[in-house]
Design a protein around this ligand. Structure first.
Ligand SMILES: [Zn+2]
Length: 122
């Protein structure tokens, strides 16, 4: 099993769910080959490489995965001790195409880029 580090990024028009300010830094996530690729909604995942997440492409290219972002607004309630807390997003992938990203509150203490089945609700 190869070690995976780093992430890809999803660049979307996104507002912080806590303060409503635009977040421009993108969402860090892992799907397909993990090598710092910048995606946007509607893009198809690249699976060409050994360092893929998950290790095996889910059946049909259908799955969900948890991504992460931080709010850049210094006055946002997500800032604590001069650092923004990491917020979570569930990214839905259908036939390898990135369809949507929605803020969730899932496992705020863990950054594990969790992969969920397409039916799984959180
Ligand atoms: Zn905020």
């Amino acid at each position: 099993m190869s070690e995976i580090s780093g992430s890809n990024s999803l660049n979307i028009d996104w507002k912080c769910p806590k303060c409503g300010k635009p977040v421009t830094s993108g969402i860090g996530f892992r799907a397909g080959v993990v090598k710092g690729i910048s995606y946007k909604i509607g893009d198809k995942l690249d699976w060409s490489g050994k360092r893929t997440w998950p290790a095996e492409r889910p059946a049909g290219g259908n799955f969900k995965t948890i991504g992460y972002f931080e709010c850049e607004n210094l006055r946002c309630e997500s800032w604590n001790d001069c650092f923004p807390e990491v917020q979570e997003v569930v990214i839905t992938i259908h036939e390898d195409v990135i369809c949507s990203a929605l803020p969730v509150f899932y496992q705020p203490d863990k950054i594990d880029f969790f992969v969920l089945s397409p039916e799984q609700e959180i």
